[in-house]
Write a protein that binds this ligand. Structure first.
Ligand code: TYD
Ligand code: MG
Length: 458
C-alpha cells in the first residue's frame, strides 16, 4: 500500500507544518510537533453550500433520548466505576502502573462476559497467546472461551474486529499498536494518537465496546498525548500501592456515569476480587492511638471511605523538606502557612512528611483539617484521642469550610464505632439522630478553635 502523505501538527496550538521543526512556527512552543496522516484533499470552498443540505439538524426535543444499554461485566466494583457496565460502542481508557493488575482484571471481566454469551476479543501486544493462557489458568479460568489475538498491527486488528464483531474488545496495550501508515515508531505520540482515533471510530461504527489499556509515564500522565483522554468516553485509572494487596480504580472522566467513583479490589491468588464494603481498609491498626495520626472520612464518588492521615514532623536542616504521599504538596505548604498564621503552630525549621495510608490518593480539600491535626499531633508528640476523626476544608483566612455531604460521612464513622468528631459547623447535624449515636460531634468555625478543642480533649 502506498504511504499516505504525512504532516506535522503542534500539540499546543494545532498549527501545522510540512516538515518537522523543533519549534512550532505558529505558537513558538518547543518540541510539540507530532506526525499526523493527511486527510484527503479538502473540498473547494464553494462545495460546502451543497454539503450543508446533506446534514440534518434537529432540535433536542425531536431526538429520541434513550438511556444507554449497559452490559454488566459481572464484577460489581468495575461496573460501579463504569457507571453500570459497558456501553455499546463506548471506548474506555484504563491506565495504571505496570504490574498493578490491568491485564488481570480485564481478562477476568472478558471471561465473565464471554460466559454470559457476549462475544469477546482480547488483543495482546505485550504478551504471547501462551502467556495470556497461563494467566487465565492461574486465575482459575480453565477452558475459557475468550478469543485471543496476538497482534500489534492496527490494520489487522481493525480487520479482525470487523469480521468477528465482538461485543467487547480489549487492546492490551495501545502503546504496542502501530499503523504502517505512519513512519514513527510504535509507542510514539503520533502512533498512539492515530491508532486510538482509528479504534474509536471503529467502536462507534460497529457498536463494539473497546477498552484501551494505557501505560503510565513516570510523571504519572498516561503516556501519549492528553488528546487520548479527550477522544475516549471513559478514563479509568488504577491507584494504590503495588506493595499492599488493595487496588483502587477511579473514574477520572465518564460520559456514561459519575466521575471520581471508586472501585476497590483486593489482589488475591486468584486475581482481583471486589471489596464490597471498603470503608475501613485504609486504617492502620494501632492498638493504642499514636502521635501524628488522624482519621479522615473522605467522600469521593458515592461512598464514604475512612482513611488514616499520618504526619511526621522532625527537626530539619537549613532547608526543611515538605513531602506528601497521596496528598497535594502545594496544599500542604498552604496548610502549614495557615497553621502558623492563624493557630500559632510553627514548623518553619522542621521537616514535614504526610502520607495517606494504603496508597489512596486524596484530592478533595475536605482533608485539610485532618492533615493539620495530624501535623500538630506529631509536633506536640501527643496522640489524638481514641476513636477520633476530623474532616473539613480550611481556607487561607483560617476558616473551616463545610465538606459536601457531611452527614453521610458522620453516619459512616458512627457505624464503624468512632467516638469523637471535629467537623465544620454547618456539617454538624441540627437535630438528634439515632444514626450518630455514640459519636460526640464538635462543630468548629475556625482552625484556632479546632486546635484549642484538641488540646482540651486530647
Ligand atoms: P498484571 O495484570 O499483569 O498487571 P498489568 O497488566 O497492570 O501490568 O498484574 C500482574 C501482577 O499481579 C503480578 O505482579 C502478579 C499479580 N497477580 C496476583 O497476585 N494474582 C493473580 O492471580 C495474578 C494473575 C497476578
Ligand atoms: Mg499487562
Amino acid at each position: 500500500m502506498a504511504k499516505e502523505k504525512t504532516y506535522f501538527v503542534c500539540n499546543e496550538c494545532g498549527g501545522t507544518s510540512a516538515r518537522w521543526l523543533g519549534k512550532c512556527p505558529a505558537c513558538g512552543a518547543w518540541n510539540t510537533l507530532v506526525e499526523s496522516v493527511a486527510e484527503a484533499a479538502a473540498p473547494a470552498k464553494n462545495r460546502f453550500a451543497s454539503l450543508a443540505r446533506t446534514a440534518e439538524v434537529a432540535t433536542l426535543g425531536e431526538i429520541e433520548a434513550s438511556d444507554f444499554a449497559r452490559t454488566p461485566t459481572g464484577h460489581d466494583e468495575l461496573d460501579r466505576v463504569l457507571g453500570g457496565g459497558i456501553v455499546e460502542g463506548g471506548v474506555v481508557l484504563i491506565g495504571g502502573d505496570p504490574g498493578i493488575g490491568k491485564s488481570t482484571l480485564l481478562l477476568q471481566a472478558l471471561d465473565s462476559l464471554q460466559r454470559s454469551a457476549h462475544p469477546t476479543l482480547y488483543v495482546t501486544g505485550e504478551e504471547s497467546g501462551a502467556q495470556v493462557a497461563l494467566r487465565a489458568r492461574r486465575l482459575g479460568l480453565d477452558g475459557s472461551q475468550v478469543q485471543v489475538l496476538a497482534e500489534i498491527q492496527l490494520e489487522k486488528i481493525l480487520a479482525t474486529l470487523e469480521s468477528r464483531k465482538p461485543a467487547i474488545a480489549v487492546i492490551d496495550s495501545i502503546q504496542t499498536v502501530y499503523s504502517d501508515q505512519l513512519t514513527s515508531a510504535p509507542g510514539s505520540v503520533a502512533q498512539v494518537r492515530e491508532c486510538a482515533a482509528h479504534l474509536t471510530r471503529a467502536a462507534k461504527a460497529s457498536g463494539t465496546a473497546i477498552v484501551l489499556v494505557g501505560h503510565v509515564t513516570k510523571e504519572g500522565a498516561l503516556a501519549g498525548p492528553r488528546v487520548l483522554e479527550h477522544m475516549v468516553d471513559t478514563v479509568l485509572y488504577f491507584e494504590g500501592d503495588t506493595h499492599s494487596s488493595f487496588r483502587l480504580i477511579r473514574a477520572i472522566k465518564n460520559r456514561f456515569g459519575a466521575v471520581n467513583e471508586i472501585g476497590v479490589f483486593a489482589m488475591t491468588e486468584r486475581g482481583l476480587k471486589g471489596v464490597a464494603n471498603p470503608s475501613a481498609i485504609f486504617l492502620s491498626q494501632h492498638a493504642e492511638p499514636v502521635p501524628g495520626s488522624c482519621v479522615l472520612v473522605t467522600l469521593e464518588g458515592t461512598r464514604p471511605l475512612l482513611v488514616e492521615i499520618q504526619a511526621l514532623v522532625d527537626s530539619g536542616g537549613p532547608s526543611p523538606r515538605r513531602l506528601s504521599v497521596g496528598l497535594d504538596r502545594d496544599r500542604l505548604a498552604m496548610l502549614l502557612a495557615v497553621l502558623h498564621r492563624h493557630a500559632g503552630v510553627a514548623c518553619m525549621d522542621q521537616d514535614v512528611f504526610v502520607n495517606a495510608v494504603g496508597g489512596v490518593r486524596i484530592s478533595e480539600p475536605a482533608a485539610d483539617l485532618a492533615v493539620m491535626l495530624a501535623i500538630t499531633s506529631s509536633l506536640r508528640g501527643k496522640a489524638l484521642p481514641k476513636g477520633f476523626l476530623a474532616f473539613g476544608e480550611v481556607g487561607l483566612a483560617g476558616e473551616v469550610r463545610p465538606a459536601p455531604r457531611g452527614q453521610e460521612r458522620l453516619k459512616e464513622a458512627a457505624k464503624l464505632g468512632f467516638s469523637v468528631a471535629v467537623v465544620p459547623k454547618s456539617n454538624a447535624p441540627k437535630k438528634h439522630d439515632k444514626a450518630f449515636e455514640g459519636l460526640t460531634i464538635h462543630p468548629v468555625d475556625r482552625i484556632e478553635e479546632a486546635m484549642a478543642l484538641v488540646r482540651e480533649i486530647g
